[in-house]
Design a protein around this ligand. Sequence first.
Ligand code: NOJ
Length: 736
Amino acid sequence: MNSDQENKAFHEKDLAWNKADALLALMSLSEKLGQLQQLDGGISKKALPQLIEEGKVGSVLNEANPMLIAQYQKIALEKSRLGIPLLIGRDVIHGFRTLFPIPLAQSASWNLDLVELGTRIAAKEATAVGINWTFAPMIDISRDPRWGRVAESPGEDPFLTTQMGLAMIKGFQGKQQYKDGNIAACAKHFAAYGLAEGGRDYNSANVGERQLREIYLRPFLAAAEEEVMSFMTSFNEINDIPASGNQFLLKEILRKEWNYQGMVVSDWESITEMIAHGYCKDKKEAAFKAMRAGVDMEMASTSYNEYLENLIKEKKIELSQIEVAVRRILYMKFKLGLFENPYPRTKNTDSILSNPHLEAAKQAAMESMVLLKNKNALLPISDEVKSLAIIGPLADAPHDQMGTWAFDGQKADSQTPLKAFQQMGSKDLEINYAPGLKISRTKDHDGFGAAIEAAEKSDLVLYFVGEESILSGEAHCRAHLNLPGAQEALLEELSKTGKRIVLIVMAGRPLILTDLLPQVDAVLYAWHGGTMAGPAIVDVLTGKENPSGKLPITFPRAVGQIPMYHAKKNTGRPATEGNWVPMDKIPVEAGQTSLGNTSHYLDEGFRPLFPFGYGMSYSSFAYNNLKVSEAKMTVASTISVEVEVSNTGKKDGKEVVQLYVQDLFGSVTRPVKELKGFQKIFLKAGEKQIVPFEISSKTLEFYDADLNLTTEPGAFKLWIGSDSNSSEFVSIELTE
Ligand code: NOJ
């Protein structure tokens, strides 16, 4: 079938297209243009109802008041000429009122079912107020923790990001009918937004087409195949063309190659921002270039409504182009069932912050935490500890633990670590609380005295550090990734007390922990864990829950190493232990070539602080008997590789078993390791399990120099291990 036939076949299957066509036939040009307009709910509350009545608005964003939403839908349905309901869009990113951990943290859980459940819950709560469309999942690969939006992404890896994105889409969209608590999802930001130069938000992305497809587009292709109902363009320019006017991305790839049928919305004013980019001289040209590229709906700015009519008259834009866009928007509304049921699903109101929702949020927070250090098995906190010092600006920060994009969360709902410890209410455990610092950026040392006193009179110090939520997220990028304010200075003072210290880090990104590690006995990376972060942290610290999170992003030793990620290239001169000389060991006046010329930093070497996929447990897991069913395979065959994983510790626990692949030689160079599969398994203490993975040519495929997705005969290594650093591998050969 050619793509026209495919489109026809697709449309014939789906009555919503017929309904969209029938409605389209009745519409005036002004009504058509109206559907392309998304307006901010914050604009004049008087103007909006009028515009809706006139059929000049297709969608409203940033409105979560159910009364107003109901009023707007009623006007749209009953007063506008054609009675077309509104899409009510909102950033429901990691929960609605019940907040789950930030997406980067959820990715650290590697638990797809839990992630899907989280988005299912978010959708249900959002429908209670009338939201029928979320601007999530964000599936931008991010390899730069300076970038504030790393908090919102599933991390550095295309495979993990793809799986997370699919789980989220399934959870949000369910079977698509809004009346059943489902909302439309939106794959964003198309594309390469996470590649912002220097980690500065909105900045340019420069990337070769092969890498663009191989790394940055993969999660989007999967989202399109999963029939995500919408895509959002990104703010950045890619190879010198802004995404919102990028015909190559939107027309050639998304529409023609991928045959994507859903709707594309711009980002906030990203159409008119093409003027500042220097790509359009005025709003009219911006409207022209965005429509030409195939952006269906304009978010917040109004260039389409101001100029498309003239552009049609001038024959620069065909009416049929506009109709294609309107048709997609109408299709989405029919698909969601909004014509019959546009109103807030008030029967879902009772579920907001319900116990099952809070329990799921707590489970997600627990499984997201990553145990990075645990000297002498200090954690879980033993019964011998009779007094705890709870110190640090994040111990009782109900607002900040919600994380970025918490529009509908309320700090009064947040359960903080301090409160959770206090509520444990054990007579045998004394709690000595002294924050030491008011907020994460506090520079003065006024609270140090009380904090040190609390530490001195306690058996164990729990020091809650990190970043306020405002320090990550959109446009919140940082050049330094140390703990802000005087948090590091306070740690130095606390460590002088000689007390054992557990560092609990609550942050929206990987922070640089290199100098902090030696000063503490244990580190639990808790991210911004959402509404239930407190009880979740308490359960993990006390051993009620065994930590099982693994890093979804590499933790560098120093900012200067960024970007640092596991799927790197080997180079012609890879560094290994022993073939480079650390800076302080270089002999005086050493000869230029005497040190071994390899790819590393003199001062920080070549390794990260913690590799991708890393995370400890209170138990230990042994990997044995790694083997393949056959060492040779063909493009048409499937083999399996398996390993026996045993829980050799004393506690039941979950382990994320990870499969990595290396294609040793190719027509283009391949990364040293690529994640190609994972399974999160539960093993009781002493139990073991064989964990198999299927290897087919799909596992081994890549984009070649001609941009064909292909496999090449040759030699491959397969690793199954507990992180990206595992060393046990088996070799296989692929033949024609
Ligand atoms: C800008 C952000 O980039 C995007 O992700 C978000 O959905 C919109 N604003 C709407 O709030």
